[in-house]
Design a binder for this molecule. Structure first.
Ligand SMILES: Nc1ncnc2c1ncn2[C@@H]1O[C@H](COP(=O)(O)OP(=O)(O)O)[C@@H](O)[C@H]1O
Ligand SMILES: [Mg+2]
Length: 348
């Protein structure tokens, strides 16, 4: 581009080839005749958004704040913003062991409900299991000799209501992986990447409780599905976001599809807003977050988690192209692909 400063991007390797998602440890941008500026691809306290228990705590607090604001302003509407998108996008979640009593109270209200237990400090589906009886948690804690002493317990879990009516395609469950780039927290400047994908399970979905421990049916993580007998090496068990949108438009209609996409944008914005004031907004930092979102059979999106270091390893050629584009947009902040400033969608 004429007149634009020449930029030299230098990727300093962090995790090594065996840990591709850690490979962008640091990026140095050198403008012509200007000193080298270091830019780091994380904000110092990103865990407020990306740790499974902290994000839940922060969103619960944020929701209460919004409800209070509305009550004070005399508006008795439920927690919907004027953009019609809701902020009730997290499945009911408790942190264990701290919230055990609250959880059991909730569980007893609907004893046939299904819940998913996830360690707060793990990823790639590790340590996750699904339960439908209180007895199972008790047994699990005994088997694992967990110290349910609140003061000392380091192994914390979140337990979330299981979305048991996911939208199925070809009878299989999937979730979405979307990329959101934050370049500043104050003011909030965030872009949702135009590329993303749906990750499919390899086994047809049923609500049969006898199948609750079948990870190939319930957990969409590629790190699990790639070991499934029916894993498709050619497409990596993935659809591009673009193809998913085309499919939804064709099968459900354009209007509901665009409502779904607006609601997903709204989830991204509200989740960022929920932690905005907690984040250290350093101009030398940016961060690309990987959003996991499940769409249910009523086309309602649910936020499952936000990842700080979304996997950048590629399973197929098109996956590689997409991830190169994601990394490129993170590295060159002037050239964000699919530029869309989410702030514009905030309406309160
Ligand atoms: N509340 C839920 N309802 C339905 N499926 C879920 C729920 N939470 C997680 N899952 C499934 O489990 C997978 C892993 O959960 P996630 O929270 O993303 O943990 P991880 O950090 O291990 O990826 C998700 O990608 C999704 O397929
Ligand atoms: Mg995940």
């Amino acid at each position: 581009m004429p007149g634009a400063p020449a930029r030299r991007l230098e990727l300093l390797l962090g995790g090594g080839a065996q840990l591709p998602h850690h490979y962008v440890a640091r990026i140095r941008i050198q403008a012509r005749r200007k000193p080298v500026e270091s830019i780091i691809n994380h904000f110092p306290n990103h865990l407020e958004l990306t740790k499974k228990d902290l994000i839940v705590k922060n969103i619960k607090r944020y929701r209460k704040e919004l409800e209070k604001e509305r009550a004070n302003s005399g508006d008795k509407q439920p927690a919907y913003d004027s953009n019609y998108a809701y902020i009730d996008f997290l499945p009911t979640t408790f942190t264990l062991p701290g919230d055990y009593n609250l959880f059991t109270e909730e569980f007893r209200k609907s004893p046939s409900s299904v819940w998913i237990m996830k360690p707060t400090d793990k990823a790639r589906g590790i340590g996750i299991f699904i339960i439908n009886k209180l007895q199972q948690i008790k047994k699990w804690s005994r088997d694992n000799k967990m110290q349910w002493s609140y003061a000392n317990c380091k192994d914390t879990y979140v337990i979330s209501r299981y979305i048991d009516n996911p939208l199925l395609i070809g009878s299989k469950k999937f979730d979405l992986r979307l990329y959101v780039l934050v370049t500043s927290w104050r003011p909030l400047i965030a872009y949702k990447h135009s590329q993303g994908f749906a990750r499919f399970c390899t086994v047809k979905y049923t609500t049969d409780v006898g199948e609750l421990d079948n990870s190939f049916m319930h957990l969409t993580n590629v790190s699990i599905q790639k070991y499934g007998e029916d894993y498709n090496e050619t497409n990596g068990g993935k659809w591009s976001l673009k193809n998913l949108i085309l499919y939804l438009q064709a099968t459900r209609g354009k209007q509901v599809t665009s409502k779904l996409l607006d609601e997903i944008d709204s989830i991204c914005v509200h989740s960022l807003r929920a932690v905005q004031n907690l984040m250290i907004s350093d101009r030398h930092c940016f961060e690309c977050y990987g959003y996991d979102i499940i769409v249910d059979a009523d086309l309602r999106p649910w936020l499952i988690e936000v990842n700080a270091s979304p996997s950048l390893s590629a399973t197929t050629a098109s996956d590689r192209l997409m991830k190169v584009a994601v990394v490129g947009s993170g590295a060159d902040r002037e050239g964000v692909v699919g530029r869309r400033e989410l702030m514009e969608k905030i309406a309160y």
